[in-house]
Design a protein. Structure first.
Length: 393
């Protein structure tokens, strides 16, 4: 025993020493395997608040939001999927343009940052982690981005996109969303073609934001594992955006992974009630500004930013992780926190530097190292490899 350890045992309460031990243990595991988060809205914030001008909003400096690259480093993040988010207000106007502008933002800040390394594969993430860099990846949030064109889907893959969320708050022309009135009872025949083409080219099928019927259809049609890039457990927080137990049970057979979201409305039951109409509200603003998606989206964003929510806690996030493990299994859970655009955070997870504290909480609950590593990134790496190999075939 070192003199420092002996001193700490004598002068610190046992619980404080234990917390310190868990945190140091957590940080060691983050260094051993890449912790991969599958959803961060930093590009949306730069797009909306700085019109894409990195000199006005430089991710390599401390930003006023919950995400920047220095804090990603402090949080020992090994791989980050940045979301090229397309608001539903643009579903019938300039959706592809909006997505491409955010992809451009991601590529530009990745290229200029000494802390980021571009990656499009599981091996690319491991290479970045070995080099002491954060792997930078792209996921599209909102299937409106393909404008009903499989050719656009293929082009996005060429640009480096490695997952696409089939919908956002409103239905696409081919898939029902969780927070819109059902129009297709799941996927249309073209929607099934979209899923098959994603399998063929190597884009992970993301079923966060979609209706239960669309979840079932996507799992049925996809011959490869699917993901929920940023969703939590509906049994613990009754929000339509969360995953019901019946679907969690299907994930084991599918081989996919549910990446837990930390937004209070998806992890705390009181906040879930408070935020029940959050995504529906966009329809009101879209109706108010039918020919101006910029105004509609700005009005919704301002309304959302001013909403008061019960914040929830880090412990509740861990509860969702463990519920998913109980229903789907340890091989089917990860983290897709939804940082970047959050204005209310669970107590203990105030920004991206706090990831090791969640890992420490799982260790405190008795998790084994090998299971923690699966949660941190090994599960997502397995799914990425399956999709990469399936595309090759």
């Amino acid at each position: 025993m070192t003199m420092l350890a002996l001193f700490l045992m004598l002068v610190l309460p046992g619980t404080l020493l234990a917390q310190s031990d868990y945190l140091e243990h957590a940080r060691r595991l983050h260094r051993e395997v890449p912790m991969i988060d599958t959803h961060n809205d930093l590009p949306e914030m730069i797009h909306e608040n700085a019109k894409g001008d990195l000199s006005k909003m430089d991710p390599d400096t401390r930003l006023k939001i919950d995400t920047d690259i220095p804090r990603l480093k402090a949080g020992l993040v090994g791989g980050q999927f940045f979301a090229a988010y397309v608001p539903a207000a643009y579903k019938d106007k300039d959706a592809a343009k909006y997505a491409l502008e955010e992809i451009d933002i991601i590529k530009r800040f990745t290229r200029r940052s000494p802390s980021l390394q571009w990656a499009t594969t599981a091996d690319g993430i491991l290479a970045a982690h070995k080099a002491g860099k954060i792997a930078s990846l792209i996921g599209i949030e909102g299937g409106y981005a393909i404008e009903n064109s499989l050719a656009l889907l293929r082009i996005y893959h060429e640009l480096g996109v490695r997952y696409m969320t089939l919908t956002h708050s409103l239905n696409t022309d081919w898939a029902d969303a969780a927070t819109d009135t059902p129009a297709h009872n799941g996927l249309t025949p073209f929607g099934e073609d979209v899923v098959r083409e994603m399998n063929r080219v190597g884009i992970m099928v993301d079923i966060s934001h979609v209706s239960d019927a669309t979840m079932v259809d996507a799992i049925r049609v996809s011959r490869l594992p699917v993901i929920f890039s940023h969703s939590s457990a509906r049994a613990l927080a009754n929000h339509a955006r969360n995953v019901p137990d019946s679907i969690l049970a299907m994930m084991k057979q599918n081989g996919g992974v549910v990446m837990v979201n930390i937004f209070p409305g998806f992890i705390n039951p009181i906040a879930a009630k408070q935020s029940a109409g959050v995504l529906d509200k966009m329809k009101e603003f879209q109706a108010q500004y039918p020919n101006d998606p910029d105004k509609a989206n700005k009005a919704w964003t301002q309304w959302f930013d001013n909403m008061k929510l019960e914040p929830g806690t880090l412990s509740e996030v861990a509860d969702h992780v463990e519920h998913i493990v109980k229903l789907a299994g340890i091989d089917h859970v990860g983290i897709g926190a939804d940082f970047g655009s959050l204005t209310t955070h669970p107590v203990g997870l105030e920004d991206v530097s706090r990831y090791p504290y969640l890992t420490a909480e799982l260790l405190r609950r008795g998790w084994k190292d090998e299971d923690v590593k699966k949660f941190l990134g090994l599960n997502l790496l397995r799914v990425m490899r399956a999709v990469e190999q399936g595309a090759e075939k």
